[in-house]
Design a protein around this ligand. Sequence first.
Ligand code: HEC
Length: 197
Amino acid sequence: MSMYRFAKLIFKRWQHWFVVLLLISESPLLMAADDGLNHSLTPRLGERVTAYVSSIVSPDGSGLPNGSGSVTEGKLVYNAKCAACHGVDGKMQSNQIVGGIGSLASERPVVTVGSYWPYATTLFDYIARAMPYGQAKTLSANEVYATTAYVLFLNGIVSEQTRFDATTLLTVDMPNQDGFVELNEIDSNAESGVGKQ
Ligand code: HEC
């Protein structure tokens, strides 16, 4: 047996343990306990958490804050605060958020904002809540509108002239918006016997 095949075999046998270890090491309990860093809920850098972050933005747009942001403004924010991890074009490997539209059913699906996300509203919510990674919740509402616009522009979903606010964000047609199944559809399929053995 070649070294390569041997290594592959070992990996195959142990890969689920790697996953378990990864999950454990990511768990909030451990993170709070282990590294001595101050994991307080308020950001260490940037402005205070603004009120909008505490309200969840739903697919239907409820919870969206006042304010607005354009593709042009978003480009400036994105290049300063996002490009280091996602690439200037959004296609940095392993952190890709642009491209792959239509690839989900292929052998090599590329999961990105463009190819996967069903709503622009929940993209707003995600960026507001979680990005920039490591400095989450430091963006203003306007900056979140702007970066949402720019990420969708990079994906070819909206034009360069786009400006988003709580109303216009709802008008975006996301390429994969019909690619999801409603939970109650699954339930009724189960009741009617579809999917049962
Ligand atoms: C320090 C690195 C870093 C920076 C800076 C950063 N991101 Fe991220 N981003 C990540 C990582 C890592 C993930 C994956 C997080 C996860 O899966 O839990 C991610 C995920 C995302 C996603 C979700 C991708 C998906 O398909 O699930 C979006 C959208 C996103 N980032 C947008 C942004 C925007 C907009 C900014 C700037 C305001 C930004 N990011 C800044 C590292 C970064």
